[in-house]
Write a protein that binds this ligand. Structure first.
Ligand code: HEC
Length: 150
């Protein structure tokens, strides 16, 4: 949990909020804001059409602002272990790859490949976290504690 929360480590709670809501409800792991993480295009032939890119928030007809291109709402992380594939385009299928992406998006661009809306990417809170393998494992382990017991 510390690796998830600490601003000098994962910094995940900056968006996937871990504190209770103002009305005392348990955390939902989102601040309900929108962000462009620069996730890679999903080039899996089952999903990919070269002529289509998803502008996210900017697709809402009430929104007329190119600065919002590629922004998607911060999703909850409750039961995240059970809800692959991940991201708006399903490009990631396991949690460790996601943390590796947050960790090295900007230091290993060739590993992650093309993204669709580079101009609006959040470059201040993620992309070069300098996490060790153990710290990445710890964040994955924490996310797996968010699974309901049935
Ligand atoms: C700047 C805000 C922000 C920060 C910081 C952040 N996230 Fe996210 N997270 C998002 C947004 C926005 C999405 C959805 C992106 C998309 O679909 O393109 C997302 C998606 C995810 C998903 C996939 C959820 C799903 O249902 O598909 C996981 C898992 C996740 N984040 C974990 C983390 C972890 C772990 C960290 C810390 C290492 C972190 N996030 C830091 C904003 C953030």
């Amino acid at each position: 949990m510390a690796m998830f929360v600490r601003a000098d480590k994962g910094n995940c709670a900056a968006c996937h909020v871990i504190t209770r809501s103002a009305n005392g409800e348990p955390p939902v792991f989102t601040d309900f804001s929108y962000d462009n993480l620069g996730v890679p295009s999903n080039t899996d032939a089952r999903f990919y059409t070269a002529s289509f890119t998803d502008p996210g928030l900017a697709a809402n007809t009430n929104v007329n602002d190119p600065l919002l291109n590629g922004k998607f709402r911060v999703p909850t992380l409750r039961n995240i272990e059970k809800t692959a594939p991940y991201m708006h385009n399903g490009v990631f299928t396991d949690l460790r790859t996601i943390v590796e992406f947050y960790n090295s998006r900007d230091t290993e661009p060739q590993r992650w490949g093309e993204t669709e809306y580079p101009d609006t990417i959040n470059r201040s809170e993620l992309g070069n976290l300098k996490l060790s393998d153990r710290e990445i494992d710890a964040i994955v382990a924490f996310m797996k504690t968010l699974t309901d017991q049935i």
